[in-house]
Design a protein around this ligand. Structure first.
Ligand SMILES: Nc1ncnc2c1ncn2[C@@H]1O[C@H](COP(=O)(O)OP(=O)(O)OP(=O)(O)O)[C@@H](O)[C@H]1O
Ligand SMILES: [Mg+2]
Length: 250
């Protein structure tokens, strides 16, 4: 959490963010910076506002108040071209949302060709490079339904990376997977973190959070009530509600 003054050098600077749906206040007053290279894990009870927070970061949800500076630009300003900024923020959801009628290669290259003006060869060559990193180069010609859930989610991560984002936002990327497929997706995310990708990850995977994050933020009832480095967070949480939550999930 941070002081609430002007733009900072953070990659993402959230200032007094509020979000309500009708008369229901979901995010009450959030101010937080995400710095380049941060791996922030957001944890907290169901319904506390984690997804809403994440989706506000690239304005998939419209904030009802406050400001979000991304790379120094207030993306809540109605005058900004949000699509242009959103391209730099990769997003991966619980459901992979691959295009079912397109091959994996087509899934990976359609946006970069259209939006980054890459040639087909350039886009395919970059896609192959990333596919080989996640061990799925041989599946380039397949259709999504020919892949397992874990493989599809690795493709969804690659698809986001093909846009060369400056930050990756993950909303419970392993929650819809069979348990035996969780590890392969977390391992791709771990590699990304080691490559210094800036990441904001909503997750229930406490082991991952503890091992990979440099910051844990605990959300309860629409605000972050505790933030700490993983060791401190898991070993000596300060807030009573954090302790209660951890006692249930650990
Ligand atoms: N489009 C919407 N319209 C109305 N209420 C909504 C909408 N989206 C979310 N909410 C409400 O906002 C609150 C926070 O939801 P959110 O999905 O952000 O929680 P969460 O922390 O991600 O929960 P979970 O761990 O179950 O995914 C909930 O009470 C939810 O019902
Ligand atoms: Mg959620």
């Amino acid at each position: 959490m941070k002081d609430n003054n002007a733009a900072s050098n953070a990659l993402i600077s959230v200032q007094s963010l509020k979000k309500s749906f009708g008369d229901k206040d979901v995010l009450t007053d959030i101010s937080v910076d995400v710095n380049k290279g941060d791996v922030v894990c957001v944890i907290g009870p169901s319904g506390s506002g984690k997804s809403t927070f994440l989706r506000c970061l690239n304005r998939l949800e419209e904030p009802t108040g406050g400001h979000i500076f991304f790379e120094g630009v207030d993306i809540c300003d109605p005058k900004v071209d949000i699509d242009m900024h959103r391209r730099k923020m990769g997003m991966v959801f619980q459901q992979f949302n691959l295009f079912p009628h397109m091959t994996i290669m087509k899934n990976l290259t359609v946006a970069p060709i259209k939006l980054l003006s890459l040639s087909q060869e350039e886009a395919e060559s970059y896609a192959r490079e990333l596919l080989s990193k996640v061990g799925l180069l041989d599946r380039a010609g397949d259709y999504p339904m020919q892949l397992s859930g874990g493989q599809q989610q690795r493709i969804a991560i690659v698809r986001a990376l093909c846009m060369k984002p400056d930050v990756m936002l993950f909303d419970e990327p392993t929650s819809a997977l069979d348990p035996e497929m969780v590890g392969e997706v977390l391992s791709v995310m771990k590699d990304l973190a080691h490559e210094k990708m800036t990441m904001v990850v909503v997750t229930h995977e406490m082991g991952f959070a503890r091992e990979v994050a440099n910051r844990i933020m605990f959300m309860d009832e629409g605000r972050f009530i505790e933030e700490a480095a993983p060791e401190e967070f898991f070993v000596s949480p300060k807030n009573e509600r954090t302790r209660l939550f951890l006692s249930k999930v650990l």
